[in-house]
Design a protein around this ligand. Structure first.
Ligand code: C2E
Ligand code: MG
Ligand code: MG
Ligand code: MG
Length: 284
């Protein structure tokens, strides 16, 4: 096998690849344990209307602190979970946890309009997803429009027709659909036009050049216009500075999310953040 790859000097597994493979195995085993012992948590990051500063919703983001591995970033463990099939359990767990939290906020009078949950494209292969979601809505009693599902395109959509069908059914139920990380990776213009999404999130990587690079500004402006003309809500992620906020508001980007408002927080801290939050609109 190694020879088929070219010269005889080439090894199939380099020591580094071996290390990475065993890291993945360790991670996968620890993750199985974490899922079984319910050690994953959801943190919530606020999203605010660009013009008024009022709360638009929150995004639920998975957090995992392993007793021996410590903090493992979702970027790492989600990728492993997609390879091992554990993503299936994580997706259902995060949907359930987010809907229960929303029900709790409603009971507590915390006015969070919508919670967004990240799902891998792999979930949309499963035609029972809409039924799972409708049972969850019935069980928790939350209105369908208080849930949005972000298609987080970590992998390519492999069954396009089925993905559209599943997403369409969720939309018909009244659940929001959002295209995450738009403008990078697998998140393409053809997907934006072809998938039944009512929201698009401009990838955080565009925020760094927003203030300083004219071309980046032009691209972001174009994405906002595309989203608008498709009738979608446009969300910018990774907003850290006042100048970015001003530029995005000027471009008529609808919603902003980023450290400028808050980092992702545990549910109780989110409620405290919201209680203390003073929405401020555009000052000029
Ligand atoms: P994402 O869905 O695009 O989430 C936004 C990421 O940007 C989050 O990283 C968030 O903490 C970070 N972020 C938000 N505002 C700022 C900012 O102002 N500056 C900077 N530097 N970063 C900011 P996080 O929580 O590490 O998640 C990384 C990715 O992992 C997510 O990107 C999402 O693709 C994936 N992910 C997280 N939780 C889940 C999950 O439960 N299921 C799935 N399938 N994927 C998840
Ligand atoms: Mg997301
Ligand atoms: Mg995103
Ligand atoms: Mg992103």
């Amino acid at each position: 096998q190694a020879k088929a790859n070219g010269g005889g000097h080439c090894c199939f597994f380099s020591p580094r690849m071996n290390q990475q493979a065993s890291d993945r195995l360790i991670l996968a085993a620890a993750l199985r344990d974490a899922i079984a012992h319910d050690r994953l948590r959801l943190f919530y990051q606020p999203q605010v209307h660009a013009c008024s500063g009022t709360l638009y919703g929150v995004e639920a983001l998975s957090r995992w602190i392993d007793p021996s591995l410590g903090f493992v970033s979702p970027a790492r463990f989600i990728a492993v979970a997609e390879e091992t099939g554990q993503i299936e359990a994580i997706g259902k767990w995060s949907l359930r946890a987010a809907c229960r939290q929303m029900a709790q906020w409603i009971r507590d009078g915390v006015e969070v309009p919508v919670v967004s949950v990240n799902l891998s494209p792999l979930h949309f292969r499963d035609e029972t997803l809409p039924r799972f979601v409708s049972e969850l809505l019935a069980e928790t009693g939350i209105p369908p429009h208080s849930l949005t599902i972000e298609i987080t395109e970590s992998t390519m959509i492999d069954n396009y027709d089925r993905t559209i069908r599943v997403a369409q059914r969720l939309r018909e139920m009244g659940v929001g659909m959002s295209m995450d990380d738009f403008g990078t990776g697998f998140s393409s213009l053809s997907n934006l036009a072809g998938l039944p999404v009512n929201e698009v999130k401009i990838d955080r990587s565009f925020m760094t050049g927003l203030e300083s690079i004219e071309k980046v500004r032009a691209v972001v402006m174009a994405v906002v216009r595309i989203g608008q003309s498709l009738g979608m809500t446009v969300v910018a992620e990774g907003v850290e500075h006042e100048e970015q906020r001003r530029l995005l508001a000027e471009m008529e980007c609808d919603v902003l999310q980023g450290y400028m408002f808050s980092k992702p927080l545990p549910a109780e801290e989110l409620a405290a953040w919201f209680a203390a939050y003073q929405p401020s609109g555009l000052s000029g």
